[in-house]
Design a protein around this ligand. Structure first.
Ligand code: SIN
Length: 479
């Protein structure tokens, strides 16, 4: 198990490992950022054992006690936001301003959960018999685990950890092997905030080894995963063994519809923020721009004007808007999607090339716009996870909705209109868990985040997140 002292040594590079390790590299430079333990199945089991013991005590604390620890944890994150953001940029690549935004976003989940810890209300229900009383208790589900992604190395942990701790659960977190250092930095802060050792543990290593040890342990009652739909489906199979509860935030392929009655300034600004945040490596980022034919040229021209101003570079360089993609595989996939679209008749409006600015690695993609994109192209059906905006023209509202819903995914959708009736009508018809109506950045700790169809199960954020970590127990009391 990684202790708080060891965590501090790992994130400052002073740790002297004896066992096998995993190296973490800056995707912009290939410079070594740190090394973390490559845990064996036995070490993962030791962490699970520690988590079981710690949960027995943590579940006995009051909501107020848990709330204070979570609040302090959030404050420590904010106090140390500069250090945490730099670490995040180094291991993940996103611009420092975005990394700072992520640290604040991550802290907000702890602060929100601090409030929720004090509001885990049960119920009394009027009974059908005079001598009966019906009580409903909400109790922590027990030991939980999380497998978190590399695109938001901090916020995707606290979005799971916050409600788990608030509910009285312990949590074992397996961060992505590309970005484990932010997770380890959180571990150190959690213990500084007063979280008893073992309530939150981090296990690092090869996904199969760590994942199997967790998924096959009968004491782990819940797994919260953010990542691909393919891995989500494997977890569903593994969870069947012990009937483990699952929270799944899987892939997305968000439509971004612009109607001819939209405020174009608002739509273009939102399109840039929504598409190019984190170099397009976001589950909820716009993947298909559906624009009404009468304004498609105007929208494309204005979007291109904004996109051409975006600066590509190292995330720590002043003025960078777009950092590197996470690895070479990501560059290959984005390039393939662009080539496939061009081979099938799409036009390149801007971008389309792989860059290596300032002699950095070749993992930088020029922000790209494609027009004339049609449903037969891969980019229209598959998640690209890169800074590419594919534009498709449509004629009528019903066509826009049917194009938007023609996806196995159902995570986020966006649309822009100034017509209030259309706003409600379209919001109701889109088969997506998160709708941005004239809003390209809907994520916030207060609201439920999650998808329909193959985008997942359950919700994170908001008061809804608490249900994922609580059991409902009915007590029938004869008097
Ligand atoms: C994600 O990519 O899954 C997270 C994006 C967000 O929380 O806004």
């Amino acid at each position: 198990m990684i202790t708080a002292t060891q965590a501090a040594a790992i994130t400052t590079g002073t740790w002297d490992p004896n066992g096998p390790t995993l190296a973490v590299y800056d995707p912009a430079t290939d410079e070594l950022v740190g090394v973390v333990p490559q845990m064996s199945a036995t070490e993962v089991l030791q962490s699970i054992e520690a988590s079981i013991v710690a949960q027995q005590q943590w579940r006995e604390t009051t909501g107020l006690e848990r709330s204070k620890v979570l609040q302090r944890f959030g404050e420590l994150m904010r106090d140390q936001e500069d250090r945490l953001a730099k670490l995040l940029t180094h291991e993940q690549g996103k611009p420092l301003s975005e990394a700072l935004g992520e640290i604040r976003y991550a802290a907000s989940f702890l602060e929100w959960s601090a409030g929720e810890a004090r509001r885990i209300y049960g119920e009394t229900i009027p009974a059908p018999r005079a001598n009966q009383r019906i009580l409903v208790l909400k109790q922590p589900i027990g030991v939980t685990a999380a497998i978190t992604p590399w695109n938001f190395p901090s916020a995707m942990i606290t979005r799971k950890l916050g409600p788990a701790l608030a509910a009285g659960c312990s949590m074992i977190v397996k961060p992505a092997e590309l970005t484990p250092l932010s997770a380890i930095a959180l571990l150190e802060l959690a213990e500084m905030a007063g979280l008893p050792s073992g309530v939150f543990t981090v296990v690092t290593g090869v996904p199969e080894t760590v994942g199997n040890a967790i998924m096959t342990h009968p004491a782990v009652r819940m797994m919260s995963f953010t990542g691909s739909t393919a891995v989500g489906k494997m977890l569903i199979e593994k969870a069947a063994h012990h009937v483990m509860r699952l929270g799944l935030e899987l892939g997305g392929h968000a439509p971004f519809i612009v109607f001819d009655d939209a405020d174009l300034d608002q739509a273009v600004k939102a399109a840039v923020a929504c598409k190019f945040r984190n170099a397009g490596q976001t589950c909820i980022c716009a993947n298909r721009f559906l624009v009404q034919r009468s304004i498609v040229e105007q929208f494309t021209e204005r979007l291109a004007g904004e996109v051409d101003r975006l600066r590509v570079g190292h995330g720590l360089a002043e003025g960078t808007h777009i950092g590197p993609l996470i690895n070479d595989r990501a560059v290959e996939k984005v390039t393939l999607h662009i080539e496939d679209a061009l081979n099938h008749g799409a036009e390149l409006v801007t971008g389309g090339t792989v860059l290596s600015p300032d002699n950095l690695t070749s993992r930088f993609m020029a922000p790209t716009i494609l027009s004339g994109v049609t449903p037969n192209m891969r980019i229209f059906r598959e998640e690209t996870f890169g800074p590419v905006a594919p534009i498709t023209a449509f004629d009528h509202e019903t066509e826009a909705i049917s194009l938007a819903n023609a996806s196995d995914y159902g995570l986020a959708a966006y649309f822009f209109t100034q017509n209030a009736s259309r706003l409600m009508r379209v919001a109701e018809q889109l088969e997506y868990g998160i709708i941005g109506a004239n809003d390209g950045a809907p994520s916030t700790a207060e609201a439920p985040f999650g998808g329909m169809k193959q985008s997942g199960l359950g919700r994170e954020g908001g008061h809804h997140a608490m249900d994922e970590y609580l059991e409902v127990k009915y007590v029938s009391w004869r008097i």
